[in-house]
Design a protein around this ligand. Structure first.
Ligand code: NAD
Length: 267
């Protein structure tokens, strides 16, 4: 039985992750679930937060307590919290699945460094469909090349804190890499006040934050006469949680290193 620690268990993704692990309860279970000290869900049985029936595991604060017994930690929290969890897992030799987005370059380098000591799966989007789209985007960029204008539009719910989304940035970096461009140099995040025509070699990003949108991404490759659009729409957080659970089962069998969802899915 694979023992899973879910940090941020009362969050939107945390609750869905508990449900996803429970759906696989013949092979895995949640053995530890953490929340912040001021969370009203502290001390509550995780099953009551997610699946509507007690599962016998109550939420706690932090991992430094007796009984923090787990094989893999799944983290969908905030960049700062993820760095704390990374230090804990590195010191205690535990595998990690990280879905938190908005990590800075320095924080991503910390993942790379820790991956020398533990296996880490890091993906800004755990859905199978988005990871397939990343592959399709590579093909589209290769075929359409510098002849087209490339624009990435994303929409998420009103509570999302980082922008553009980690998925949109990942899409941009896959396209930029395929075309031999540096995303940091070619990305355009806003055009207010611009007074020049579009530079063909830029990649534009547009962000919508509204209501309860789970996550939409469209990449447009447009020339004069036609355009190709690759779109992914998530309608349930379970799509990300199922990917994370699949990733958790996979990462515990890997050597130390930093892996992506494309490794898990063999894309
Ligand atoms: P959320 O705000 O609903 O949940 C985050 C939870 O983490 C909160 O309950 C918060 O109290 C808790 N938390 C923060 N620090 C903590 C700590 N030190 N210990 C314990 N709990 C802590 O947010 P969400 O919508 O669930 O998203 C969380 C993250 O996951 C975001 O970065 C989001 O962009 C990302 N995300 C990734 C994917 C993916 O597929 N990779 C999918 C959806 C969301």
């Amino acid at each position: 039985m694979l023992k899973v620690a879910i940090v941020g268990a009362a969050g939107r993704m945390g609750r869905t992750l508990v449900e996803a692990v429970h759906q696989n309860n013949s092979t895995m279970c949640v053995s530890v679930a953490t929340v912040l000290a001021d969370d009203p869900a502290l001390g509550v049985d995780i099953g009551l937060l997610s699946v509507g029936a007690a599962l016998g595991v109550k939420t706690v604060v932090g991992l430094d307590h007796q009984g923090a017994d787990f094989d893999v930690l799944v983290d969908f929290t905030s960049p700062e919290a993820t760095m704390d969890h990374l230090a804990y897992c590195r010191a205690n030799n535990k595998a990690m699945v990280i879905g938190t987005t908005g990590l800075s370059n320095d924080q991503q380098q910390s993942l790379q460094a820790a991956a020398a000591d533990i296996p880490i799966l890091f993906a800004p989007n755990m859905s199978v469909g988005v990871n397939l789209c990343l592959k399709l985007l590579e093909d589209a960029a290769r075929v359409l090349g510098d002849d087209v204008d490339i624009e990435i539009t994303e929409a998420h719910h009103r509570f999302k804190k980082d922008a553009p989304s980690g998925t949109a940035l990942k899409m941009g970096s896959v396209i930029a890499e395929t075309l031999g461009r540096d995303l940091e140099e070619c990305a355009v995040y806003g055009r207010e006040g611009a007074s020049e025509e579009r530079d063909r070699k830029t990649i534009g990003f547009s962000t919508i934050r509204a209501g309860d949108i789970v996550g939409d991404h469209t990449v447009t490759f447009a020339s004069l006469g036609e355009r190709v659009e690759i779109t992914h729409k998530a309608s349930s957080r379970m799509t990300f949680a199922s990917g994370a659970v699949r990733g958790a089962q996979w990462i515990v069998a890997q050597e130390n290193g930093l892996y992506s969802m494309r490794d898990v899915l063999e894309l």
